[in-house]
Design a protein around this ligand. Sequence first.
Ligand SMILES: [Zn+2]
Length: 154
Amino acid sequence: MNVELLNLLQQQIANRPGLQNNPQMAAMMQSLMQKQQQAHPEDDRQNALQQQFKKMKRSRDQWKKNTEELAHTVRFFADLFGACSICFGDDADCPHCHGQGGISGLKADVEQLVTLVLPILKQAGLTIQPVAPNSTTTQDHNDRVPTIGENNHA
Ligand SMILES: [Zn+2]
């Protein structure tokens, strides 16, 4: 019997003087109240467990949200640098890149990278210049065309 029902029954008895003095009614009420008191520890345990469960669920939801945000950030940087977002090229068994997804191993988002990096380079007095059309990245050091134009110290 729940607390509200027991309270309602007590009110009904209180409103009927004839029932108040009835020993059978008094014994029944005594019994019901004892059962209600005995039920409380279990209810308390159940409430505590429910609260704990809700707390754990909130914690899990927050952890899940944080993990998703972290995964999004890793994917963003992997795409930016042309790397595998699963292993960054460290895992030869990676189903996505087979270990070939190190930085610049895949197609990078150069436009986005330049947009993000240019202000940082400017702080250091550097800029970005396009590579001359007939140059390669394997030119020797003295005649290389810089992809990042530093204030030439040579
Ligand atoms: Zn990979």
